[in-house]
Design a protein around this ligand. Structure first.
Ligand SMILES: C[S@@+](CC[C@H](N)C(=O)[O-])C[C@H]1O[C@@H](n2cnc3c(N)ncnc32)[C@H](O)[C@@H]1O
Length: 81
């Protein structure tokens, strides 16, 4: 967790690629997403902001869920993610 403290995406995957994937899938506003092992919730939070999806992220790490909640507030999507 210390190793990934500065990472928003906890994978060998960039934020740009996450955005490209969202553009490729292009979910409709209101689409419900279940993100299992969501880590810090970057997918859910940015897709809520960029595509209007709504949904739930699940992760075993309380620290990551805390970061995900903070990110949702930061991006103004805490009511949807
Ligand atoms: C490689 S990270 C990917 C996180 C996120 N999907 C991302 O791309 O940033 C794997 C995640 O799975 C979570 N995880 C591992 N075992 C789990 C379990 N049994 N239930 C829920 N989450 C789990 C870890 O806490 C970690 O956040």
């Amino acid at each position: 967790m210390i190793r990934e403290s500065s990472h928003r995406v906890c994978n060998p995957f960039t934020s740009e690629k996450l955005a490209i994937l969202g553009q490729a899938i292009s979910p409709s506003p209101g689409t419900r997403v279940l993100d299992l092992a969501c880590g810090k919730g970057e997918l859910m939070c940015t897709w809520a902001r960029d595509h209007g999806v709504t949904g739930t992220g699940v992760d075993i790490s309380a620290a990551f869920i805390g970061a995900a909640r903070a990110r949702a507030v930061e991006l103004g999507v805490a009511d949807r993610a």
